[in-house]
Design a protein around this ligand. Structure first.
Ligand SMILES: [Fe+2]
Ligand SMILES: [Fe+2]
Length: 371
């Protein structure tokens, strides 16, 4: 009876915005709970990360300039940093249409940050109860608190601009596949290596492109936490994967490939960031709210893609898949000969250069994020 009540679809209203909940938003996961009675805390990389996590906790009430005035009708990012503004199609739009589109598409992106942070909150809690190692449990608990703070700050920022867009279907599918998996290693691969690689790249790009001082400060502090989360994926999971037998390693490699492929297929249906897609009701809403005809927009997107205009990222921006996700997967030995063929089949070039990844997760993203 409880389940039937809880599973009833409902609509959550937030100001003028409505978010529909579906029965798919409530499910059980098959994860095991692992007690551990070996409380010995050593001096390894995971202990270091836990220490850094304790030292770097922050309170958004004290740290962030919440009284900054934000005009929701004005773009929060500079035009030169927007991939969409490179499309020749954009020159045909009026200034106000361009501004409205930038404001709304940025709100749509920020909404993905918000929903993704909720997913991260749940995966971190999941790792806390299922990882069979005391230090990793403490670290995962610290990450759970970090993610709670991230949900809080993005939710407050979205309140400030009074815009929340629904979660993109592919991001929901990716995080659901992670939360529904049966091993904590898969949860860490899905979140700490893939989703957080994606997020770290997107946050870095937002940090560089935003013109709002509040959003800049918020993003900077979230990025510092995220760099630890990505680092945890490597520091803890690297040695665990090295000890697995071939069949188990293959199973994890396959999981990583499928997760990455969800992102790649989503970007094939639209732009390189997976933001603009006909399959995304949120993005279709962005176009409708900006008074832009969807057919014209996607024709413009195709035209720009054919001209190679969307290939090059604006200066200072990072390509999450190429620079962060694939090197993280390769570094822990999850590009096996079998999955390498699968990447080739779907046309994903494997990139293994870990330099940008190392710099981003070194706890000093400011080195990269510096203007
Ligand atoms: Fe986060
Ligand atoms: Fe995170």
């Amino acid at each position: 009876m409880f389940a039937a009540t809880a599973k009833a679809p409902r609509t959550v209203t937030k100001g003028d915005w409505k978010v529909s909940m579906t029965p798919d938003d409530l499910y059980r996961n098959p994860m095991e709970i692992a007690w551990t009675f070996d409380y010995a805390l050593g001096k390894g990389k995971v202990e270091d990360l836990y220490k850094r996590a304790k030292q770097n906790q922050w309170d958004s009430d004290e740290l962030l300039p919440w009284d900054t005035e934000v005009d929701p009708s004005k773009p929060m990012v500079s035009d030169r940093a927007s991939m969409f503004h490179k499309m020749p199609f954009f020159n045909k739009l009026s200034k106000s249409q361009r501004e409205t589109f930038t404001a709304h598409s940025t709100a749509q992106l920020l909404s993905q940050f918000l929903h993704g942070e909720q997913g991260a909150l749940m995966t971190a809690a999941c790792v806390t109860h299922s990882v069979p190692d005391a230090t990793a449990k403490l670290y995962a608990a610290s990450q759970t608190m970090d993610e709670a703070r991230h949900v809080e700050v993005y939710s407050r920022y979205c309140d400030k601009i009074a815009m929340v867009y629904p979660m993109s279907p592919w991001l929901k599918a990716l995080i659901d596949a992670t939360l529904k998996s049966d091993r904590y290693e898969k949860v860490m691969i899905g979140m700490n290596m893939i989703v957080e690689g994606l997020a770290l790249g997107a946050f870095n790009n937002m940090y560089h492109s935003t013109t709002c001082p509040l959003l800049k400060a918020l993003t900077f502090n979230v990025m510092r936490d995220e760099s630890r989360h990505v680092s945890f994926g490597h520091a803890y999971l690297g040695p665990v994967i090295a000890k697995l037998d071939e069949a188990e390693r293959e199973e994890l490699a396959e999981f990583a490939f499928n997760a990455i492929n969800i992102i790649v297929q989503a970007t094939l249906a639209g732009d390189a960031q997976g933001l603009a897609s006909r399959l995304d009701p949120g993005f279709m809403e962005v176009l409708a709210n900006s008074g832009i005809d969807a057919d014209d927009f996607f024709k413009g997107l195709e035209e720009a893609a054919e001209m190679g205009i969307l290939q090059e990222l604006p200066p200072g921006q990072i390509h999450s898949l190429k620079d962060l996700m694939l090197p993280a997967i390769a570094r822990v030995g999850l590009i096996t000969p079998t999955v390498r063929k699968k990447y080739e089949e779907v046309g994903i070039p494997i990139t293994e250069d870990p330099r940008i990844l190392n710099a981003m997760e070194g706890g000093h993203p400011e080195q990269l994020a510096a203007e």
